[in-house]
Design a protein around this ligand. Structure first.
Ligand code: RP5
Length: 156
């Protein structure tokens, strides 16, 4: 488990090491916002017990938002959401066979009662921005960072 410098508020979990190059954009953006994060690689299918342990202890570790990235039969975000009261932002990975539509549909079709948020296919950077916005609902410093980011975009 890697940890950025600030106290981790965001937990990033991904199904495979192969998701890491795409998810680096998420980590970079969190670092730019000064948000601490931890990273876990565990597949919901290959390592279900590890995913259960990680998700069900996320609140106790101080996490406030979870970002889950997976591809193909992308059940990871939904499984994590089943084990934690924290909001889960999912990132569908682009895939070689079905272009990521498989991942997207697997993620968004959650049963009633267990929602996840979902960004675009390979939308790793947007997941970090959404995490900042979620954290900003209860924290003025994060809300101001989001406002500054929007202003920067508008003036670029
Ligand atoms: C998912 O299957 C992973 O999230 C990854 O996107 C995809 C392929 O995984 P690997 O076969 O590269 O490990 O579980």
């Amino acid at each position: 488990m890697e940890t950025a410098e600030a106290k981790p508020l965001v937990g990033i979990i991904m199904g495979s090491e192969s998701d890491m190059p795409t998810m680096e954009a998420c980590m970079k953006q969190l670092e730019e916002f000064g948000i601490g994060y931890e990273v876990k690689i565990a597949s919901a299918h290959r390592k279900p017990a590890e995913v259960h342990e990680w998700a069900s202890t996320a609140v106790d570790r101080g996490l406030r938002v979870i970002i889950a990235a997976a591809g193909k039969a992308a059940h990871l975000g939904g499984v994590v959401a089943a084990y934690t009261p924290l909001p889960v932002v999912t990132v569908p990975m682009k895939t070689s066979d079905l272009g990521g539509l498989d991942s997207l549909l697997s993620m968004v079709q959650m049963p009633s009662g267990v929602p996840v948020a979902c960004v675009a296919i390979n939308g790793a950077k947007n997941a970090a921005i959404l995490a900042l916005q979620i954290l900003g609902t209860g924290n003025e410093e994060f809300r101001n960072k989001m406002a500054a980011y929007k202003e920067e975009m508008a003036n670029a």
